[in-house]
Write a protein that binds this ligand. Structure first.
Ligand code: 0T9
Length: 376
């Protein structure tokens, strides 16, 4: 394809061949330079809050029904950033930098009247092999907190990469009554198409759920071209009431990267054709060595400037340091200690709320935030 530079055609072909016979951790595979992104996966959780007012607005819902719809609206509005923004900024999906264990990413979205206060982001790479990223986003003024972790199981089928997302997120809303409402959020499956032509892009597939502790459940079905609306990036969400409430379910249909409508009233439900707001991050000279943009600075610079030799050299330096650290730990009989999260074998919120919609698997592990972020 045209997207592949002439000099990298054969290395792209052999990359695709090894993909086809590969199963496990894609992130550790060596890919040709043209497909490399200068951004680490630890930055990806920021996508959850690029529309901070939609995140804040969840707290303004007066009923559990209104809040469930606000959570769904915020969630759907993050998908464009999560799954199409690399295509917009770099021409196609690219291979992100594979975070090291303990890598950190901090950010904020400033306060304004609609948001009520600052929104803060703390991300930590909690496992390197397999890659697992834990994150926490909070708007304290509004009493809204999102905590989650992300891993991927990948396979290759019919020329596409299939990515099963492992992990989940929990959103909590502190209500004026003093009670806490919880939402368990599961994640969609991804298909990465366009590989043959060297211009990969993501389509979402199957179903994800948002289960509220109030009993409201959003079931979100994802379809690509040739399915229910015929358009790529289509979805249909059904928002159903708790068993004891007789309210007609809401049905929302549209394309997640543009707009959607309430099927009954024809009113616009979400609209992401307007500008989003990227996370604010302090300059790298004010960052610690473990912070993503400082850690990967040399590699990212090489990738951006097309100096792949210096990018590869700096990447090797980082990887060798990591290997040495693991060896030293093994020799000393110590283990790397996480900074902001502790691992739990079973997330009680997942277990409790997952039962209500028969989540598969029935239990999942989790990472609990230690309330020790860099923000006040
Ligand atoms: C959580 C998101 C996730 C991370 C990325 C699959 C993928 C790594 C995980 C799931 C975010 O909330 C949403 C968006 C994009 C996902 C990435 C897309 C991608 O291609 C990578 C994998 C590991 C690759 O780099 C595959 C090889 C590459 C050549 C294809 C572009």
């Amino acid at each position: 394809g045209e997207a592949v530079p002439a000099a990298q055609k054969s290395s792209w072909t052999s990359f695709l061949k090894s993909l086809a016979s590969f199963s496990g951790d894609l992130s550790s595979m060596t890919a040709p330079p043209f497909i490399l992104s200068p951004t680490s996966l630890t930055e990806f959780p920021a996508y959850w809050c690029e529309r901070p007012e939609l995140f804040a607005a969840i707290a303004d819902g007066k009923t559990d029904e209104a809040r469930s719809l606000a959570v769904l609206k915020w969630f759907i509005s993050t998908l464009k950033g999560q799954y199409t923004s690399r295509n917009e900024s770099m021409g196609s999906e690219k291979k992100p930098l594979n975070p090291v264990l303990g890598e950190l990413f901090y950010g904020t979205w400033p306060s304004n009247s609609a948001r009520g206060g600052e929104t803060t982001l703390v991300v930590e790479q909690v496992s390197h092999h397999p890659p697992i990223t834990a994150y926490r986003i909070a708007n304290n003024a509004k009493g809204i907190v999102l905590t989650g972790h992300n891993a991927q199981k990948t396979s290759f089928s019919g020329g596409s990469i299939i990515v099963k997302q492992v992990g989940h997120a929990v959103l909590t809303v502190s209500l004026p009554s003093g009670e806490t409402e919880e939402y368990l959020i599961t994640l969609p499956r991804l298909r990465i198409d366009g590989l043959w032509y060297g211009s990969p892009y993501i389509e979402l597939a199957e179903t994800s759920y948002i289960q509220s502790s109030s009993g409201w459940l959003s079931t979100i079905e994802y379809k690509g071209k040739g399915y229910f609306s015929g358009k790529s990036h289509s979805f249909k969400a059904t928002v159903t009431p708790p068993a004891h409430v007789s309210v007609t379910p809401h049905v929302i249909e549209g394309t997640w990267h543009t707009t959607s409508k309430d099927a009954q009233t024809a009113a616009t439900f979400h609209d992401v054709t307007t500008a989003k707001e990227e996370v604010t991050v302090v300059p790298i000279d004010q960052q610690s060595e473990w912070e993503s943009r400082r850690l990967w600075h040399g590699v990212a610079k090489g990738i951006r400037e097309g100096d792949f030799e210096s990018a590869a050299k700096d990447k090797s330096r980082i990887e060798n340091e990591q290997r040495q650290r693991r060896k030293d730990e093994a020799a000393a009989g110590t283990m790397w200690e996480l900074k902001h999260f502790t691992h739990i074998d079973s997330d009680p919120v997942y277990e409790r709320l997952g039962k209500l919609f028969k989540a598969n698997p029935a239990t999942e592990d989790g990472y609990v935030y230690q309330n020790n972020g860099p923000h006040s």
